[in-house]
Design a protein around this ligand. Structure first.
Ligand SMILES: *Cc1c(COP(=O)(O)O)cnc(C)c1O
Length: 400
């Protein structure tokens, strides 16, 4: 029987060779390869700077910390996301405030407008499945918000509105108005986790430009670097130089830097990204669109609109019946046929943590309805378009 995995990593001999070369180089933690990868990421997104970190989670949290979000503050985000997006808000002591989504799984700017308050310090948007959110509409909502109340004596005073922080964990290579994500929001966070489009096994990056919050991008870079490495004035590479032993600790930073081993994988992935990885994902998704078109049992996702171009991270199929039980049965039957499907996502208010904090799923009816009907089909560069046709055949055979 055919076996189709959900999202195995796409690692070739070139990535393996790059890792061995790094291990042999004598420099295995944050060093020259990370610096180079940061420049390449920024160039790819046509953005001024990028900081590479151990995960997207770390990037989201450092952005909130940089912006001095803390107890008493609120951060608006979507309930239709992975826990990382909202857990980092809890880490800072601020309160996550959820705004419901639209049919494309992305946060509804009008719902965001309804929940903004004088305590809102940031909005974290999520480009679900790699399809960009309505950036213009979101920015307009934030620009027109009249209740902006920055905390006195903080960096927030330099901004006229809440921070727009993009959780673009799914969206590397996606475009909005012809520009790559990474250059659209105030700050953008990418994930290079093993299941993401471009991987470093674990890893992430934050991209930004200046001036922002009164800082040029070099200064933002410096601050994020400090936050990622115990507030230490010199990184390991700078300290290694003979005689350059002295350093200072400037703040109680975290420890979430990226290693050169990870960056070595990332640079090979990036060199293959536009020519191999992204076109392959696109071909798989287009095969699904063709193979399932016209079947009334399925609602198909869209990957291209007048302003947006997806990175084809997920294929979020919806079952017209919208029946959770039938959805679960379908996933089991697909598994029996050797095909791994998934569900993105269990909305956060359904998890014990968020339920315990008082969030109620009834308050986000759109997210609840999407969740009941969603099945993510496998998308990765280890499968062929024939595999995708086989998935369509099985779906049509066993779909309710
Ligand atoms: C994967 C993911 C993250 C977290 O990424 P890490 O690199 O694993 O920290 C955050 N948000 C979303 C939407 C994700 O899918």
């Amino acid at each position: 029987m055919k076996k189709i995995e959900f999202a195995p990593p796409d690692i070739t001999e070139a990535e393996i060779a790059a890792v061995t070369e790094t291990l042999r180089s004598g420099w295995i933690t944050t060093g020259p390869r990370v610096k180079k990868f940061e420049v390449q990421i920024a160039d790819y997104c046509s953005q001024e700077r990028a900081v590479c970190l151990s995960s997207a989670t770390a990037g989201l949290e450092l952005a909130l910390r940089l912006f001095e979000v803390g107890p008493g503050d609120e951060v608006v985000t979507t309930p239709y996301t992975y826990a990382a997006t909202a857990n980092v808000i809890l880490h800072t002591g601020a309160k996550p405030v959820f705004a419901d989504v639209k049919d494309d799984f992305n946060v509804d700017p009008e719902a965001v407008a309804r929940v903004l308050s004088p305590r809102t310090k940031a909005v974290i948007s999520v480009d679900f499945g790699g399809m960009p959110v309505d950036y213009d509409e979101l920015k307009t909502v934030l620009d027109e918000f009249r209740g902006w109340s920055p905390s006195a004596g903080t960096l927030q005073e330099t901004l006229p509105r809440p921070l727009l922080l993009a959780d673009t964990a799914h969206g590397f290579g996606a475009e909005y108005d012809g520009r790559k994500l990474g250059s659209i929001a105030d700050m953008t966070v990418f994930s290079f986790h093993a299941v993401k489009n471009l991987t470093t096994a674990e890893g992430g990056a934050v991209t930004f430009g200046g001036p922002f919050c009164g800082m040029e991008s070099d200064e933002i870079y410096k601050q994020l670097r400090l936050l990622s490495l115990h507030g230490q004035s010199k990184d390991a590479l700078a300290k290694m130089k003979a005689g350059a032993w002295r350093y200072t600790i400037e703040l109680a930073g975290y420890k979430c830097n990226m290693t050169d081993i990870q960056a070595a994988i990332g640079m090979v992935q990036l060199s293959r990204y536009d020519a191999e990885i992204l076109p392959h994902r696109k071909a798989i998704c287009e095969t699904y669109l063709e193979g399932l078109a016209g079947d009334p049992r399925f609602v198909l996702p869209s990957f291209v609109t007048a302003r947006k171009r997806s990175s084809y991270h997920l294929f979020p199929l919806r079952l017209s019946a919208g029946n959770e039980k039938a959805r679960d049965v379908l996933i089991d039957k697909m598994a029996d046929a050797g095909i791994a499907c998934n569900v993105h996502y269990i909305p956060l208010p359904l998890h014990p943590l968020y339920r315990g904090l008082g969030y109620r799923m009834e308050d986000y009816p759109k997210a609840a309805a999407l969740y009941r009907s969603e099945v993510s089909l496998p998308v990765h560069s280890k499968m062929t378009t024939d595999d995708a046709k086989y998935v369509c055949g099985k779906l049509k055979e066993i779909g309710e």
